[in-house]
Ligand binder design. Sequence first.
Ligand code: DBV
Length: 259
Amino acid sequence: MQEIRVNSLSPLHLPQWRWAPFLSHLEQELSVLDIEPYPIPKDFLYRKVLTGTKLNPFEVTTSTWASKTKKIRLIRAACLQAGKGSDISVFNLLINPFHQYDLPFFGADFVTLPNGHLLALDLQPALKMDDLHTRNVWPRLIPLHERWQSLLPDGGPLPKDAEPFFSPGFLWTRLPLDQESDLIISNILQRAFKEYLSLYLELIQEAEIVSEDRSRIIFKGQKSYFDYRATKDPARSMLTRFYGKKWTEEYIHQVLFKI
Ligand code: DBV
């Protein structure tokens, strides 16, 4: 059988995917950086299944886009689209710099489900309580957050145990499924995404290698972030429903949150 995606940079093959303009923008911004494909096992590059009920069957496809650069160990996006008769569309993006740099993660979780959109965007700290880690980021991020969050309803409280992993620049909202939300996504969210990403790429460009002692501390912070995300992945039950437990656990532990 012909492979649909040759590597992690191949086009996604997700017709109607709501988040395509966001990934295109990311690809365009990264194109100046000399990106390389990241090894992703075939089963997670592209996987389409038929699911739903007898009366309302639909296809679900998941594609993983991923890359790396000289300073970034892993940039990966879990991209999921369900076919007609359902409103499910996901873009979950994580950028993980090498731990030799004092840099936050870039995290986006844009999720459309039958009961509405859930939109999360942040430059997430690896060491939230460490002033050295955050002082070059937060004063530049907070003004962006203030501008964009003021145009969006607040997404509501986060689980207590998630707080150590978010910055004060966490952009977070829930929206109903309607035309106004479509406009908010293409006008407000897309602009916010571009600004957060452009700040992030500036930080990457400015970053210089730290000492070995410091990089060990940063690695510990990154590791606890990955462990948290793998343990608490909010997509676990949805993915298990579509793809079964074995595929889902492998995807979460070996692909999405492996450090
Ligand atoms: N979330 C993931 C991955 C997904 C994914 C890898 C492959 O980390 C999707 C897909 N997130 C996803 C889905 C839901 C959420 C919810 C399907 C809905 C779950 C449901 O309602 O059943 C941000 N995502 C959420 C929630 C938060 C986040 C706070 C609500 C959780 C809740 O209500 O308990 N994800 C979370 C986060 C980041 C992130 C902290 C960082 C920006 O990526």
